[in-house]
Design a protein around this ligand. Structure first.
Ligand code: FES
Length: 208
């Protein structure tokens, strides 16, 4: 019997063998994770912040090596960490992304207010389709579910910044600004989430 493929088949990256995992976190990343781990009785519970640290340390992406490093550092299996990371779309594990990820909401409010017109404009301007990255590695275009900013539809999002209601001229301004932004916004976001997590943890300690 033939199996029906409901979604596009994705190649799963080969998991490195535990003994062959190269630990590449910077000293800063190691210290941050060590600090977070002092607040989690079970290391597994630190998996989400550990993945954010890894995403920053690996330049805004989570290749198989990054997933394997988190697995080793938390003493879990590769499959378990991969299972968590693939559940959340903000972890870039399914495909490598460029320096800046432009997310376009196409849910109902945005769709009714012209999200597909803006998406077509972006696709033509960047020369990419959903999930693709420009050849120079600068931009990745992603179609996303409701960004919880329906009052500003149609909405785009880059890192933690909302752009909306977005018109063609806003797209032009955004692309120009990002072209002149040296630091990848994917890395900046991963760092900001990590710092927020550390801050939250420090506050919890102060209250104990
Ligand atoms: S429908 Fe686009 S932000 Fe809610």
């Amino acid at each position: 019997m033939d199996l029906i493929q409901l979604t596009e088949k994705e190649e799963r990256p080969q998991a490195p063998k535990p003994g062959e995992v190269e630990l590449r976190f910077s000293d800063r990343g190691v210290k941050e994770l060590d600090y977070l781990l002092t607040h989690y009785p079970d290391r597994k519970s630190a998996m989400l912040p550990a993945l954010w640290i890894a995403q920053r340390e690996y330049g805004g992406n989570l290749p198989a090596e990054a997933v394997a490093e988190v697995a080793v550092r938390l003493g879990r299996s590769y499959a378990e960490v991969e299972g968590v990371a693939t559940f959340y779309t903000m972890y870039h594990i399914r495909h490598a992304v460029g320096k800046h990820v432009i997310e376009v909401c196409t849910c109902i409010a945005c769709a009714l207010c012209g999200a597909y017109r803006i998406a077509d404009y972006l696709k033509a301007k960047l020369g990419v389709d959903w999930g693709e990255t420009t050849p120079d590695g600068t931009f990745t275009l992603e179609e996303v579910e409701c960004l919880d900013a329906c009052d500003r539809a149609p909405v785009l999002m880059v890192a933690d910044e909302y752009i909306g209601p977005a018109a063609e001229k806003d797209v032009d301004t955004l692309i120009e600004r990002l072209r002149n932004t040296e630091e990848p916004t994917t890395v900046r976001l991963a760092d900001e989430v990590t710092q927020a997590q550390l801050h939250k943890t420090e506050q919890a300690s102060a209250q104990d």
